[in-house]
Design a protein around this ligand. Sequence first.
Ligand SMILES: [Zn+2]
Length: 63
Amino acid sequence: MARARKKGIVDGDRRFHAVVMKLTGPKAMCGAGRIRLTLPDHFESSDALACAECGAAVRQQQA
Ligand SMILES: [Zn+2]
């Protein structure tokens, strides 16, 4: 079963990123930086505003 990721927003970027929990706090999976706001629903790479790099990273993990 694939683990669903939360989606979040980083500063200065309107795209949705997949969230990775680090000891220092939530980070964008693609390396875009610290998550400013975590959204209650899950990251979907098919989302129109989804970050393409995060989408690729999520697909790689689920393969
Ligand atoms: Zn991203």
